[in-house]
Structures are given as C-alpha cells and as structure tokens.
Design a protein around this ligand. Structure first.
Ligand SMILES: Cc1cc2nc3c(=O)[nH]c(=O)nc-3n(C[C@H](O)[C@H](O)[C@H](O)COP(=O)(O)O)c2cc1C
Length: 165
C-alpha cells in the first residue's frame, strides 16, 4: 500500500498533525506540502490536512480535493482555533466534510490548533462582538495541538489505514 500525507499550513499546527500521522505509517509513504502535489493517482490512501479558514477548509485544499481526489480514498484532518465541541464549529466541520463529497472519505479528524497572535489582534478590533470575543480566546489555544491531540491523530491514522488495507 502506498500512502501520501499532504497538508497546507500557515503557522505550523496542521504540519504537527501531519508529522504525527506520517510517523505511524508503516507502509510505503511520502509527505509533501499540498503545493508540491500534482497527482494522487499512484496512492492507495491520501491524508489531506487543512487549517480551518473562514468557517471551512482553506480554498486551496478544497480545490485540491475537488480537482485531484475524485473517487480516491482520502482521510481528512483539520485544525481550528475554536474549542472542540463548540456549537458553531460543528457546522463548519460539516462543511469541511461536504467539500470532500466527491472523494471516498475514509476518515475525518479535527483538533484545536493555536490561534496566531496576528489573527487574535485582528479579530479583537472587529465591530462584531462575537468575532471580537472569539479573538480574545487566544490564550486558551496556546500549545495546541498538544501531545494528547497528536496521539488522537495517530489513532485516527491507524483507523483510516485499516479501512483501506
Ligand atoms: C485567515 C484565517 C481564518 C481562520 N478561520 C478560522 C475559522 O473560521 N474557525 C476556526 O476555528 N479557526 C480559524 N482560524 C484559525 C486556524 O484554523 C487555526 O489556528 C489553525 O490551527 C491554523 O493552522 P496552521 O498553523 O496549520 O496554519 C483561522 C485562521 C486564519 C489565519
């Protein structure tokens, strides 16, 4: 079995999850930023990682899945700054999964990732009180994804691989 791990990351959180997943793969494996991947046709399973950007997948990742992953086995992982289990987050995560509707989604993983200072600083200045309050939660995200979340990512990776092998 040939497995690819590909991801987009701006501040490193999604790459941490990608590295954890890559570490537990005992098959023939490759890890590459999404910008370097042209074709996933040669892989039996592709792990695709994205930061949540604007209440859904980053657009580059969305387009990648729509254009290159049609009918292919993919396992999607997403990092977001919202607290896990937060109510609005559930709808945003659903939209991430919907973006993979044309692929064969064999697994989905999400966890919190640290909110960048730049994002927090921009959010707290917004007039919308909900978005401003969200920006103030940065301290509660520091250090994420932590060891517990990375371990959960490893479990997710093993489960996804067991569905394809
Ligand atoms: C432009 C932008 C938009 C974002 N939108 C959301 C969002 O809608 N919901 C959310 O929970 N986090 C959002 N975030 C936070 C990131 O998803 C989160 O910090 C993620 O872990 C960053 O991953 P990375 O370090 O791999 O880039 C946003 C961050 C940026 C920079």
């Amino acid at each position: 079995m040939k497995i690819l791990v590909t991801y987009l990351t701006v501040t490193g959180n999604t790459k941490k999850v990608a590295d954890a997943i890559f570490g537990v793969i005992e098959e023939e494996k490759t890890i590459q930023p999404i910008s370097e991947v042209n074709d996933i046709g040669g892989y039996d399973l592709t792990f695709v990682g994205s930061p949540m950007h604007g209440f859904g997948l980053d657009n580059t990742v969305k387009e990648f899945i729509e254009e290159k992953a049609k009918g292919k086995n993919i396992a999607l992982f997403v990092t977001h700054a919202s607290p896990e289990g937060d109510e609005p987050l559930q709808g945003w995560l659903d939209s991430c999964k919907e973006a993979a509707a044309g692929a064969n989604l064999v697994g989905f993983f999400e966890c919190q990732g640290e909110m960048s200072k730049e994002l927090a600083d921009a959010m707290v200045k917004l007039d919308d009180p909900n978005l401003a309050a969200w920006g103030k939660m940065r301290d509660e995200t520091l250090g994420q994804p932590d060891v517990t979340r990375l371990e959960r990512a490893r479990v997710f990776a093993r489960e996804a691989m067991s569905k394809v092998s």
